[in-house]
Design a protein around this ligand. Sequence first.
Ligand code: UDP
Length: 237
Amino acid sequence: MTTPRFSRILLKLSGEALMGDGAFGIDPETVQRMAQEVKAAKDFGHQICLVIGGGNIFRGMAGAAKGMDRAQADYMGMLATVMNALAMQNALEQLGVQTRVQSAIQMDQVCEPVIRRRAVRHLEKGRIVIFAAGVGSPYFTTDSGAALRAAEMKCDALFKGTSVDGVYDSDPKTNADAVRFDTVSYTDVLAKDLRVMDASAIALCRDNAIPIVVFSIRERGNLANVLAGDGVSTIVE
Ligand code: UDP
């Protein structure tokens, strides 16, 4: 077996990655497919920290736009990420992969609290650690949660699986002439507002020299390809 390029990675999946063809919620078949992709990466030798968003269930901004208190809505969004984490834990364990969920909002009956040193031990024992509830505070997103965990867990890279295959100079969904970058600097992402992740997540990765690999999670097998250095992606570094 060849040694992986990145020994410890943080994989961030948006909540939408669990939705399948539906418009909302969790599609168990899709979660199972995502779990297979994650298992393949683990079997290749990577230590994996996982962060899953909550946008398939609830986003605080959407609640606030409809008149809810922003902080209250954000807490609901964080709880949504815990549901996604539990769904992914279930799917991974059905494939025989050992996992632990650690939540930034303490929930003793369903998962562990975030304890960095314990999380490191889980990884060393071959378990996947799923970090839920983002940073545990409103006005943040799971992208910031992913950057924070990547930094404190000393991950070699942050892999962000989305519905597009990288970072473009304009929105490829509305502009057919949009050009994808192979690599782009943190500074350009921030200065040109390229919408890879929110600014606090980009800044945290920049300050801790964590490369961000943006790739599409929609195509089957793409995570393994990108981890192996093949496949289409953009690297922010
Ligand atoms: N959220 C939050 N603080 C965090 C992480 C998440 O308040 O540290 C809330 C926020 O309302 C966000 C929602 O949880 O909209 C779901 O997370 P996110 O939008 O990042 O999910 P994704 O877009 O990745 O599916």
